[in-house]
Design a protein around this ligand. Structure first.
Ligand code: HAX
Length: 435
């Protein structure tokens, strides 16, 4: 057994036994209640699933296995002389609960490189689509195309014991994660660079190699990509992409089916597509105002016009967070350290000054602060990755780490098929009348 699998097995077998006894002794205790507002309002904050890889505090933001983003930037291993953490390290942490050593992370980079082969039929499936098909559609279809290689599906067909589900899910997750940079880079080069593809470098780390296959090799861009792929991995289990992965996986669909579905959730503008919407909105602002250095009054007017048209301000607001997103702050710090005098970055910072005040004045927005998507586009544009309808694919490649770790844990803990109860509006009206 490989070292990560061995450690994962030990940790998860112990927790599985513990959970079983918690259910046996305390199974009837009430954890939460649901109000009608929550029921109609998208189940906000209803405690209803187990997800250990990360947890989200409304005021403090995300913690991965107890570590916040500034701590991870310090503690996770990097490449030699690297400025940012390697996402491999965060995957190890999410899978095991322990910070990895540099050697363990090096092993994982090499292991993903070893597993990164992609069958021709997957590239053929992408090639069958028109080149202007949205990159997220190409990505989701490519992931689904890989499903025929699922080890979980094959072993299930052969009669695998339920005690072995975790093992097959681990294999699928590792293979899928390993292949995503090649697939995502293929989509990018096909859609925007005349099919001029760049071969993978088997000796590089997962994120650095991805950046190179996209066609960028400045050390700062590689550092940005490693940071980006680290901070977008996981945001506890209730967000739409993670919850989709968990739900679809709970039917014993394999990692490919589950992740393709998760990516379809990420592709919505209220979720991951917000990163493309932010930069598109900024570009439209620049065009409408006629300068890339608008005044704060001009920016304020543009925000108010957006709201008057019945649209949301992309990149602002959150279903859980009630403070500026630490993932936004991490990207802002990266920009302050590495980027000088960029007009689009400056607009992002001006928006940070103005939008919260404007949204706050509406009196209904629960969180007027920026989320992760408010900053990422400006950084990518700075380094020349300007094709913004590709951005959610980058988010998706990163999200794979969190949701695959979650899926491995789901199967290792033997979590059940998800099946909440729906009610009709007639039922609700009668309930209200009686109560
Ligand atoms: N601009 C304008 N209005 C906003 C707003 C924004 N950025 N954020 C919330 N509101 C509005 C809501 O539309 C809602 O209005 P109505 O009552 O008229 O329907 C009201 O304020 C209350 O909403 P809320 O309770 O504060 O927010 P929700 O939990 O319902 O929604 C969203 C959270 C993230 C969907 C929301 O803030 C939004 O639409 N933001 C813009 C899109 C965005 O940036 N999405 C990315 C979120 C992070 C993420 O998942 N990244 O992948």
């Amino acid at each position: 057994m490989d070292p990560l699998k061995e450690k994962f097995y030990q940790k998860s077998a112990a927790l599985k036994a513990e959970l079983k006894s918690i259910v046996k002794e305390h199974g009837d205790k009430i954890v939460d209640q649901v109000t009608i507002e929550q029921l109609i309002g998208g189940m906000r904050s209803v405690k209803s699933m187990i997800w250990d890889t990360s947890s989200l505090d409304p005021e403090e933001g995300i913690r991965f296995r107890g570590y916040n983003i500034p701590q991870l930037r310090e503690l996770l291993p990097r490449v030699p002389n690297g400025k940012e953490p390697l996402p491999e390290g965060l995957f190890w942490l999410m899978m095991t609960g322990d910070l990895p050593t540099t050697d363990e992370v090096r092993w994982l980079s090499a292991e993903w490189s070893r597993r990164s082969g992609v069958a021709d039929f997957v590239f053929d499936a992408i090639k069958a689509l028109p080149k202007d098909t949205h990159p997220m559609t190409q990505f989701s279809i490519a992931i689904l195309a890989m499903q025929s290689d699922s080890i979980f599906a094959q072993r299930y067909e052969e009669g695998m014991s339920k005690n072995d589900y975790w093992d097959a899910m681990y294999e699928d997750s590792m293979n899928m994660i390993a292949s995503l940079p090649r697939i995502a880079a293929f989509i990018y080069r096909r859609s925007f660079h005349n099919d001029q593809h760049i071969a993978p470098d088997p000796n590089m780390d997962w994120g650095g190699n991805f950046a190179k296959m996209l066609g960028f090799d400045s050390p700062d861009f590689l550092a940005l990509m490693r940071l980006y792929l680290t901070i977008h991995t996981d945001h506890e289990g209730g967000n739409a992409s993670a919850h989709t992965m968990h739900l679809v996986g709970s039917t014993l669909s394999d990692a490919y089916y589950s992740f393709s579905a998760a990516m379809n959730a990420l592709a919505g503008p209220l979720h991951g597509l917000a990163n493309q919407e932010v930069i598109k909105w900024i570009f439209e602002m620049v065009e409408e105002i006629g300068t890339n250095s608008p005044t704060k009054d001009q920016i304020r007017k543009y925000i108010n016009d957006t709201l008057a048209e019945g649209k949301v301000v992309p990149g602002y607001g959150h279903a859980v967070l009630r403070q500026p997103d630490p993932r936004f702050i991490a990207q802002m710090r990266f920009a302050k350290d590495n980027i000088k005098d960029d007009p689009i970055v400056q607009i992002v910072w001006d928006l940070y000054e103005i939008v919260p005040e404007v949204l706050g004045a509406l009196g209904k927005v629960k969180n007027p602060w920026p989320n992760v998507d408010a900053h990422s586009g400006a950084l990518l544009v700075h380094y020349g990755l300007t094709e913004y309808n590709y951005y959610t694919v980058l988010f998706g490649v990163s999200r794979a780490l969190g949701v695959c770790a979650g899926l491995c844990w789901d199967r290792a803990l033997g979590l059940a098929l998800e099946r909440p109860k729906s009610i009709t509006t007639d039922w609700l009206k009668k309930f209200v009348a009686i109560n």
